[in-house]
Ligand binder design. Structure first.
Ligand code: GUN
Length: 286
């Protein structure tokens, strides 16, 4: 039987540690970590994600400020809000929930966030730091994937890692983190030829393609560790909506370990966001 890696439990432990760091920062330096969360429009999934982030922030001793802007908000208005958050000493982390409405260029927005407050790790300075292994804030979902892997893998050196998905949010950064741990990394995507054969070479498989049930049991090498980043809303035959991952939920007994959906990567993304926020505040207090 494959070990189920419990992301909910690990995220709860991480959040307790983050709360302890926040309490120490407050006690020693009088700094309460502050997080500004900006949501433009009313995408239902984004709203749920943002609500969860705000709720968990409170549990970690982080003061969060929510900015909800209407879907027709123009780019200049959003850039002005980011500039105000950059200048506000009580704000240590700024998060702009993606995706943004079509009239706003996400690159312009992400470039405008002060790199030291970029708790998503999406600013080009932080992307560059990640690619050169020189510190910086690291994107939350990839960081969460690494924390989950560390619960079952002691030594990453020389392992073959296959990442399915090439997004800036998950695929590319998780590949860089695995490379930094001396894995041999192959980045693939939905159009990669011979994807099942490549997946079958993996000691570590990270599925982040946003394609429900893409990864079949026969894509998995016996003894592999599988991280399922997919959060896909599908309708079952009973007509009810449910969340499924990118990896088939049955027939994975030959894997060494696998993350469930829900309860795997999802909670870790938020736990890492909170940790990044306190880290950004600690740097300011240092
Ligand atoms: N949308 C989907 N994932 C993310 C994330 O990690 N950060 C932000 N800001 N938006 C997202």
């Amino acid at each position: 039987m494959a070990v189920l890696i419990d992301g909910t439990a690990l995220a709860a432990r991480m959040t307790r540690e983050t709360a302890a760091r926040a309490a120490q920062l407050s006690l020693q330096h009088g700094i309460v970590p502050g997080l500004a969360v900006i949501l433009v429009g009313d995408d239902p999934a984004s709203r749920i994600y943002v609500e969860r982030k705000l709720q968990r922030a409170g549990e970690a001793g982080i003061r969060s400020i929510e900015h909800r802007l209407p879907a027709h908000t123009d780019q200049e208005t959003l850039l002005a809000l980011i500039a105000a958050c950059n200048a506000d000493d009580a704000i240590h982390g700024i998060l702009v929930q993606l995706p943004l409405p079509a009239q706003i260029d996400p690159a312009r927005v992400l470039d405008a966030i002060c790199p030291g407050k970029d708790v998503d790790g999406f600013h080009p300075v932080n992307v560059g730091r990640l690619s050169t292994g020189t510190g910086g804030l690291v994107p939350c979902t990839p960081l969460g994937c690494m924390r989950l892997l560390e619960t079952v893998i002691e030594d990453f050196r020389g392992l073959k890692a296959v990442v399915i998905g090439k997004s800036n949010i998950v695929g590319k950064p998780v590949a860089l983190l695995l490379l930094d741990r001396e894995c041999t990394v192959t980045i693939t995507h939905i159009l990669t030829r011979g994807l099942p054969e490549i997946a079958r070479t993996a000691d570590i498989l990270v599925a982040a393609a946003g394609s429900p049930g893409l990864v079949r049991p026969d894509w998995i090498k016996p003894g592999a560790v599988v991280i399922d980043v997919g959060i896909n809303r599908v309708r079952g035959i009973d007509g009810k909506a449910r969340i499924v991952g990118d990896v088939a939920s049955e027939g994975m007994d030959h894997a060494a370990a696998i993350t469930p959906v829900p309860g795997g990567v999802g909670p870790m993304t938020i736990a890492c966001l909170l940790s990044n926020t306190v880290r950004a505040a600690e740097r300011r207090g240092a």
